[in-house]
Design a protein around this ligand. Sequence first.
Ligand SMILES: NC(=O)c1ccc[n+]([C@@H]2O[C@H](COP(=O)([O-])OP(=O)(O)OC[C@H]3O[C@@H](n4cnc5c(N)ncnc54)[C@H](OP(=O)(O)O)[C@@H]3O)[C@@H](O)[C@H]2O)c1
Length: 224
Amino acid sequence: MANVLITGANRGIGLSLAQQYVAAGHHVIACVRNPAAAEALQIDNVTVEQMEMGDPASIVAAAKRIGAQPIDIIINNAGATGGGAQSLDDFDIDAWHDALNVNTIGPLIVAREFKNNLAASGNGKLMTVTSQLAASTWPMGGMYIYGSTKAGVSRAFVSLSIDWKDEPITIGLMHPGWVQTDMGGPHAEITADESASGIISVIDGMTKADSGNFYKWNGEQHPF
Ligand SMILES: NC(=O)c1ccc[n+]([C@@H]2O[C@H](COP(=O)([O-])OP(=O)(O)OC[C@H]3O[C@@H](n4cnc5c(N)ncnc54)[C@H](OP(=O)(O)O)[C@@H]3O)[C@@H](O)[C@H]2O)c1
């Protein structure tokens, strides 16, 4: 039985990841902003923890509560778009700062705070859900807030894969697809269940030699 920590586990891709890991017999530490509202996570083999990704102190406090237990897999899944208006003339600077905290800085704090838990597993895997919009190959303009904060986290985790080359921890980056969630909307290409099952099989197959790679949910490598 693996011990799996997932951020943003109360809805969308994160909830499906949690449900699929539990169905496969694993234990999930489900990190959410509002535990009282996380009814779907009131199931066996799930421990719900409060974690606000935009607040480093909240991540540190969750890590203290979780303690030294080995964690085999961490999925930095929680993410924010940064609001609807993201053209050069009307982006919201406060929303940009918030998205930077949630999408870029928070996942790095998770890495720092749970490094020892991952190392204690002997074969820790740390997957961060970023986006195809983070890649230099993405052909569209706009989406300044979302694209830059996701590009930032992608680069940061490539750096981490280099800095942790001698640690028993594999770093992965993931474009989860265009997914039918509150963020992706109803017309997206794949369901949250399809995305989550693809992400789980990529994580299953990752070895230390793959550290720093950027994947699509279907297992293909994504260009940076
Ligand atoms: N859907 C897509 O097409 C798509 C495409 C590319 C990448 N992604 C990425 O995939 C990941 C999951 O997205 P999704 O489609 O499942 O989105 P979603 O349905 O909108 O869910 C977002 C999740 O992130 C959590 N979250 C947001 N801000 C948070 C904060 N400050 N602290 C803690 N949790 C926070 C939300 O919690 P609350 O319920 O408390 O808000 C929710 O659990 C995100 O990183 C997203 O950027 C999605």
